[in-house]
Design a binder for this molecule. Structure first.
Ligand SMILES: [Fe+2]
Length: 446
């Protein structure tokens, strides 16, 4: 995981101060320090606080467990005098020789990995990709093709320069690119009626009608993004390469899907070692137009915000076995809803054959499942429904150790951190208002 998002227990510990907010949040600050057991040592420290006009409201002492000849003191002081604290801590160390074991309030907050609070902050991810579009691996079909690599750089630049709120630049695809798309589109479309889930088949004709989904046309991200917004509020934004799991999942919390815009190499139209526009548009996009699936996807994103690294890995695995390679029940039959399946002619047939192992979606288990990334999956997980998957995800999210809950406010396009009474009251007011509308509507229906 990228280090800038993981400022947990960093080296700055020694430099910081052990000042933490009191749990009652009434402006009281707590500080722990230790002193050598000498007559008058504590009095000297207390005088320092007095000189700075800081009022101590509580003090406790105990023998130090680290140094036998020291005592530790725990004090509460009034938070309004914070500016003078740095000086006092400095003085405790230099003038009095106190050992100050400290954690700062900032430190405490930093133990939660950074996450975007507003949709504009997703712009920060643009230059945090793990691989840049033109830098292909040696086994990539386009590795030795300078024209393809130059083309990939063009797409990477579009994504790199894109900022939230701008229209996604339209691309004039070459005849060769359109031919590749056409091959994939034609082949996959023959399988959808029998292999894809109801939601995919329901939305696909709408994409043909409104977004230019045709065998001889590669649709534009901007048109699709506008269509999705009108259906579920989901939107696309171009991405230059692979994002970290943390960044990618955070986008989903805002109903933003990071989408590639380039297409696979023409030499192998039925194979791509990475996501490309065929995968995004044929696999992902139809499902993001479904309200229930959109909500499930957003739940994964919301669960990821501020989650520890090990939970990000678990959520990324859940994403893998649902959004990418999920199967769902339709009556007695199984259908595919995962984008990795719906964009792969070979795996779409294989996943519904008798060859792979089929397991029910149980997130505690699914989140730990190991998986290959370059071959067909040996095991698939089956969701009862998107609503069921969403309910399970919510329960799973409750096990994530983070000291707050989050909620997305679609009006402000911001994440609200529900860790104080004011936020909870705002939420209660919103729910109250919605319930009023519901009651009113129910009365009219009767
Ligand atoms: Fe994908």
């Amino acid at each position: 995981m990228d280090s800038q998002h993981c400022r947990v227990n960093g080296d700055s510990f020694q430099e910081s101060s052990y000042i933490e907010d009191s749990p009652n949040k009434n402006g009281v600050i707590s500080l722990i320090f230790s002193l050598k057991e000498e007559v008058g040592a504590l009095a000297k420290v207390l005088r320092t606080f007095e000189e700075k006009g800081i009022n101590l409201t509580h003090i406790e002492s105990r023998p130090s467990r680290l140094n036998k000849d020291e005592y530790e003191f725990f004090i509460n002081l009034e938070g309004k005098n914070v500016p003078a604290l740095d000086k006092i801590i400095k003085s405790l160390r230099s003038d009095i020789g106190a050992t100050v074991h400290e954690l700062s309030r900032t430190k405490k907050k930093d133990t939660v990995p950074w996450f975007p609070r507003s949709i504009q902050e997703l712009d920060r991810f643009a230059n945090q990709i793990l691989s840049y579009g033109a830098e292909l691996d040696a086994d990539h079909p386009g590795f030795k093709d300078p024209v393809y690599r130059a083309r990939r750089k063009e797409f990477a630049d579009i994504a790199y320069n894109y900022r939230h709120g701008q229209p996604i630049p339209r691309v004039t695809y070459t005849e060769e690119e359109k031919k590749t798309w056409g091959t994939v589109f034609r082949e996959l479309k023959t399988l959808y009626p029998t292999h894809a889930c109801y939601e995919h088949n329901h939305v696909f004709p709408l994409l043909e009608k409104y977004c230019g989904y045709r065998e001889d046309n590669i649709p534009q991200l901007e048109d699709i993004s506008n269509f999705l917004q009108s259906c579920t509020g989901f939107r696309l934004r171009p991405v230059a390469g692979l994002l970290s799991s943390r960044d990618f999942l955070a986008g989903l919390a805002f109903r933003v899907f990071h989408s590639t815009q380039y297409i696979r190499h023409a030499s192998k139209p039925m194979y791509t070692p990475e996501p490309d526009i065929c995968h995004e548009l044929l696999g992902h996009v139809p499902l993001f137009a479904d309200p229930s699936f959109a909500q499930f996807s957003q739940e994964i994103g919301l669960a990821s915000l501020g989650a520890p690294d090990d939970f990000i890995e678990k959520l990324a695995t859940v994403y893998w076995f649902t959004v990418e390679f999920g199967l769902c029940k339709e009556g007695d039959a199984l259908k595919a809803y995962g984008a990795g399946l719906l964009s792969s002619f070979g795996e779409l047939q294989y996943c519904l054959s008798s060859k792979p192992e089929i397991q029910p979606l149980v997130l505690e288990k699914t989140s730990l499942q190991k998986y290959p990334v370059t071959e067909f999956q040996p095991v698939y997980y089956v969701a009862e429904s998107f609503k069921d998957a969403k309910d399970k995800l919510r329960k799973f999210a409750e096990t994530i150790p983070r000291p707050f809950s989050v909620r997305y406010n679609p009006y402000t396009q911001r994440i609200e951190v529900l860790d104080n009474a004011k936020q909870l009251k705002n939420l209660a007011d919103t729910i109250n208002s919605e319930i009023g509308i519901l009651c009113n509507a129910l009365q009219k229906i009767r």
